[in-house]
Design a protein around this ligand. Structure first.
Ligand SMILES: [Fe+2]
Ligand SMILES: [Fe+2]
Length: 405
C-alpha cells in the first residue's frame, strides 16, 4: 500500500516536473515569437525629413586619391622603399598612412564613399587588401611605434588595470579639451564638431564588427552596445539620428556639411583607423575590445568639455547638443559593461588573449593621444596665423593640411 502511494506520489511529482518543464519550454519558444521592434520603425513628421537623407553624409567615390593609386601600382619592394623614405617627414608619413587607410576602410564599410562598393572589382580589391595589410604594418611598427603594455596572468588584475587606465590615461583630460572648452574660437569649435560627426558617423558599424568573432559575455555587451547605437529599435533614437539632428533638416545644411568635410584634417582619422585596423584583423580581435574600452571611457570628459564650449559660445540648440549630452550619460555605462563583460567571460580568456585586450587598450591611448596632440597644435598654430582661427580651406586629399613649424 505504502509502496503504491509512494509510487503514485512520485508519479505525480514526476508528471508535475514534466508539466513545468513543458511550460518552461513553451515560454522559451513563445518568447522567440514576440518582437522587440513593434511600431518603433515608424517615423513621422519632422523626424521623417531628417531620416530621409542618405547616411553617412558622404559623396560617392569617383576615384582613389592619386597618392594611394600610385602606391597600389608599386611592387612590394618599391612600397617598402617609399614608406621608408616618407618616415623622415612625420607629417607626410602620417598623412599618407592615415588618408590611405581611411580610403581602404571606407571601401570595407561598403558605403558609397568607398571604391568598388557599387560593383566588385577583383583586381582593385586585391590590390587594396594587400595595401591595407602593408599600411597597417607601417602604422603599428613605425607610425605609432613602440607601445609598452604590462602583462597580466589573471583576468581580475588585467581588468583592474584597464579600469585604472581608462580613468587616468593622458587622453582623458588632454589639454586639447581644455582649449576647446575655454579658448577655441567658434570656427575651430565648429570644425572640431564636424570632425566628431565624421568620427562617429558609422560607430554603429564598428560596434557590429566588435561583436563579430566574440562569444559569451563579451559578445553580450558588444551587442547591447550595438542595440543602444540602433536606438533600441527606434529610428529616432539611433545615435546616428542625433548626428542627423546635429547637421539639421535642410538640404543646404547637408550640402554645407558635405562640402566642409573635405577640410577634416588627416589626423582626425587616427582613432577611427586604429579601431578599424584592429576590428578587421582576426589576430587583433581582443585588442579591438581593449581599444574600444578606452575610447568609450574618455567620451564623457571630452563631451563635457564640448558642451562647455557650446555654453561659452551660445547659439547651440538641443538638436546640436543631443548627441553629446546623451553620450555623457550612455558611454560611462558602456565602458563599465565592457569591463564586466571581460571579467565575467566564461571560459575566461587565455593569457594571450587577455594580454591582447591590455595591448589594444594601450595602443588606443597612444594613438588617440597623438590625435589630440595634432588637433591642439593645429588650432594653436591657426589661431596665431589666421584671423578666423582657421587655415587651409581646401586641403589636398592625402596631403597634410598644415605646415608644421
Ligand atoms: Fe553612441
Ligand atoms: Fe558608446
Amino acid at each position: 500500500m505504502n509502496t503504491a502511494l509512494d509510487r503514485n506520489g512520485s508519479e505525480r511529482a514526476g508528471s508535475a516536473q514534466i508539466g513545468l518543464a513543458q511550460a518552461g519550454l513553451e515560454q522559451d519558444v513563445a518568447m522567440q515569437a514576440t518582437t522587440l521592434l513593434g511600431a518603433k520603425l515608424q517615423t513621422q513628421g519632422a523626424r521623417a525629413r531628417l531620416q530621409n537623407h542618405d547616411w553617412p553624409p558622404v559623396h560617392a567615390c569617383t576615384t582613389l586619391p592619386e597618392a594611394l593609386r600610385a602606391f597600389l601600382a608599386l611592387d612590394v619592394v618599391a612600397r617598402d622603399a617609399l614608406l621608408a623614405d616618407m618616415r623622415a617627414d612625420a607629417d607626410r608619413h602620417g598623412a599618407f598612412v592615415h588618408m590611405s587607410l581611411g580610403e581602404i576602410y571606407a571601401y570595407l564599410f561598403g558605403y558609397r564613399d568607398g571604391v568598388a562598393t557599387d560593383a566588385a572589382d577583383d583586381a582593385l580589391e586585391s590590390a587594396l587588401l594587400g595595401a591595407k595589410i602593408r599600411l597597417e604594418r607601417e602604422f603599428i611598427d613605425h607610425w605609432v611605434g613602440r607601445v609598452d603594455a604590462p602583462v597580466f596572468d589573471s583576468v581580475a588584475s588585467a581588468a583592474d588595470h584597464l579600469d585604472h587606465l581608462a580613468a587616468t590615461n593622458p587622453g582623458v583630460h588632454h589639454s586639447l579639451f581644455h582649449y576647446i572648452e575655454h579658448e577655441a574660437p567658434r570656427a575651430q569649435v565648429e570644425m572640431f564638431l564636424r570632425g566628431e560627426v565624421i568620427r562617429n558617423e558609422v560607430v554603429d558599424d564598428e560596434v557590429a564588427l566588435l561583436a563579430f568573432g566574440l562569444q559569451g559575455t563579451q559578445k553580450a555587451v558588444a551587442v547591447a552596445n550595438l542595440w543602444d547605437e540602433c536606438g533600441r529599435g527606434r529610428l529616432e533614437n539611433f545615435h546616428t539620428f542625433w548626428l542627423r539632428r546635429f547637421i539639421g533638416p535642410e538640404p543646404d545644411q547637408w550640402d554645407a556639411f558635405m562640402r566642409l568635410r573635405g577640410e577634416n584634417p588627416w589626423f582626425a582619422k587616427i582613432t577611427s583607423n586604429t579601431n578599424n585596423m584592429l576590428l578587421t584583423r582576426p589576430a587583433y580581435k581582443q585588442m579591438a575590445y581593449g581599444c574600444f574600452m578606452m575610447f568609450e571611457s574618455w567620451v564623457e570628459p571630452h563631451f563635457r568639455a564640448i558642451m562647455g564650449a557650446m555654453d561659452r559660445l551660445g547659439d547651440f540648440d538641443n538638436d546640436r547638443r543631443v548627441y553629446f549630452a546623451a553620450h555623457i550619460a550612455v558611454d560611462p555605462r558602456h565602458s563599465r559593461e565592457l569591463s564586466e563583460g571581460l571579467r565575467m567571460q566564461c571560459p575566461p580568456l587565455d593569457t594571450r588573449r587577455l594580454n591582447d585586450v591590455v595591448r589594444g587598450a594601450h595602443l588606443a591611448v597612444a594613438a588617440g593621444t597623438r590625435q589630440y596632440d595634432h588637433w591642439l597644435r593645429y588650432f594653436k598654430h591657426a589661431t596665431a596665423h589666421a584671423p578666423d582661427g582657421l587655415q587651409a580651406r581646401t586641403p589636398v586629399a592625402g596631403a597634410p593640411v598644415l605646415e608644421m613649424e
